[in-house]
Design a protein around this ligand. Sequence first.
Ligand code: NAD
Length: 257
Amino acid sequence: MNISGKTVVITGSNSGIGLGVAHEFAKAGAHIVLNSFSDRDEDHALAEALGKEHGVTARYIQADMSKSDQCRALIEKAGTCDILVNNAGIQHVAAIPDFPVEKWDAIIAINMSSAFHTTAAALPVMRKAGWGRVINIASAHGLTASPFKSAYVAAKHGVIGLTKVTALETAEEPITANAVCPGYVLTPLVESQIPDTMKEYNMDRDTVIREVLLKRQPSKQFATVEQLGGTCVFLSSDAAAQITGTTISVDGGWTAL
Ligand code: NAD
């Protein structure tokens, strides 16, 4: 894949898809920068273990993606950034009139604005290196909508728009920008929604998974973090050098319906 020795910065990568993406890049020989807002020993230990497992350099850099200055500081602290994966994300479910303003602000900041700030800081670094890849983890909800997810749907549609503009502003350079749109992946983010959904629909866990989560996913299977990571590795490869400004869905056919 020709990405051995490249440095990849992945926002929100101490769990779920971000951590899975980190493992796939490390397997391909890339050096890893993990990130989240927390600064616990276990976060740093996660990076150390990942580096040891794959024989690459792996560091953990604390930065809160809800803060513009910390988004930019993450890239500065990383020192180099050949591949940027904007993955940090949160979710909240409520009807529009009841949607807490602080939740709206946090979702827009973490899920969308952070990608703008990290990209703004990373593009000059990539230009200096003469090569770069920006990969934004959007969602099937960046292409479709669901009731009660106003901030998430708005942020993910925005991320896809930002991806297209990034691609156009770098089109003549050896830099690409693409969005990856997962359907449902069974990560802590999705797990956290299951208990409320069980209560709301009076269903057991298996029925919620089958009848609510996977209902819109024709494959009737969750995508895996390894599959998401593999897609990001592919987008970083030479084979994908002319793929820019597009979205790749990893959603078991959700958006084909
Ligand atoms: P997750 O909760 O496991 O991971 C989210 C990550 O973001 C965590 O590492 C968390 O620490 C980090 N994060 C949260 N707030 C942060 C902040 N302020 N600063 C820095 N990091 C922060 O969830 P996930 O499912 O792995 O989600 C990862 C991305 O994939 C998100 O952007 C999400 O919207 C997207 N996505 C997930 C699914 C799914 O089904 N799991 C589907 C579509 C899109």
